[in-house]
Design a protein around this ligand. Structure first.
Ligand code: PRE
Length: 308
């Protein structure tokens, strides 16, 4: 009966994502922040953490990116992609013309700027810890309105001023489910591998070198992000997501090459993609596991003098 710590409180999109993954017997624990959800797994208080990693409108969730790169490593075992449309919740009987303040997670506010400009143009906007934390803030009188996941209306006694809001039709957020490193989920033929690397900032062309290691092996890069190392300008971590599973020869070979070229590589998991890759994920001729095995046998024969 695993427990899943999610970015809470109750009623966030992260909770919805956790429920997509959870079995009937799993227990769900809301945590106040993304680092707190990851810390619960590191401390052995939860088996899995469910946290947002990127949104199709606003991009990376930097709190998640930063927290995944430090402390004890965790690995993703699954991803969930959720469509995001929002509700606006207000204190009971509050009409739109009396809403002076509206709060939400910065990602959520960014996705409804058009709607707010048209419908609550005079409301001051405030960043809350999460969409559901904004609903709690409305309940305790901190704000008049909250931009939330629709499900938050079932958790908190607030009125729904509007629902189904999204400036960008089809917007989605991707969530990761992470746990302690252990047996990895097996390859499915449609997997994603995630890593964080730091490379020598003073070496010209180092990023191109790293990406070439993937391209040469026919590995499709699906995402690249950078986050500052924080101490001084010009030093970054790079987050790479690419198609394939570490158990595939070409992916293992590319990871080993990155390890040779980088100061540090952190493996963040190989897990099934929630949506199919836009490119073919099958290894082309020259990069299949069989090609790697044949090349290894040939090399061994050359080295031991039995072939060539
Ligand atoms: O606050 C929540 O409900 C979350 O799960 C976080 C989060 C995010 O970080 O992107 C998730 C989806 C929405 O795009 C807005 C907020």
């Amino acid at each position: 009966m695993p427990s899943i710590a999610y970015f809470g409180p109750r009623g966030t999109f992260s909770e919805q994502a956790a429920r997509v993954h959870a079995g009937a017997d799993d227990t769900l624990e809301p945590m106040r922040t993304v680092p707190a959800a990851l810390a619960a797994v590191r401390a052995g208080e939860a088996d899995l953490a469910c946290v947002p990693v990127e949104n199709s409108v606003e991009g990376a969730v930097s709190a998640t990116m930063d927290a995944l790169a430090v402390d004890e490593p965790l690995v993703a075992v699954a991803e969930v992609v959720l469509p995001v449309r929002f509700s606006v919740l207000v204190r009971p009987n509050l009409t739109a013309d009396r809403v002076r303040t509206v709060a939400s997670h910065p990602h959520a506010l960014a996705q409804v700027q058009g709607w707010l400009a048209a419908n609550l143009p005079d409301a001051a906007q405030t960043a809350a810890n999460s969409t559901a934390a904004a609903a709690v803030g409305v309940l305790d009188g901190s704000w008049d309105a909250a931009v939330t996941a629709p499900v938050a209306a079932t958790h908190y006694p607030l009125d729904v001023l509007a629902t189904g809001i999204a400036d960008v039709e089809g917007a989605v957020t991707r969530f990761l489910l992470l746990r302690h490193p252990g047996t990895l989920p097996g390859p499915t033929g449609s997997d994603r591998t995630s890593i964080v690397v730091t490379a020598a900032a003073e070496r010209t062309g180092v990023l191109a070198e790293l990406l070439t290691e993937l391209a040469l092996r026919g590995i499709n890069l699906s995402r690249i992000e950078s986050r500052p190392l924080k101490g001084r300008l010009g030093q970054y971590r790079f987050y790479l997501d690419f198609d394939g599973h570490v158990h595939e020869q070409r992916v293992g070979d590319a990871l080993a090459a990155l390890h040779r070229r980088c100061q540090h590589v952190r493996f963040l998991g190989s897990y099934p993609r929630a949506e199919p890759s836009p490119t073919s994920t099958a290894a082309a001729a020259g990069n299949t596991d069989a090609d790697y095995a044949a090349a290894g046998e040939w090399l061994a024969a050359v080295r031991n003098g039995t072939g060539g």
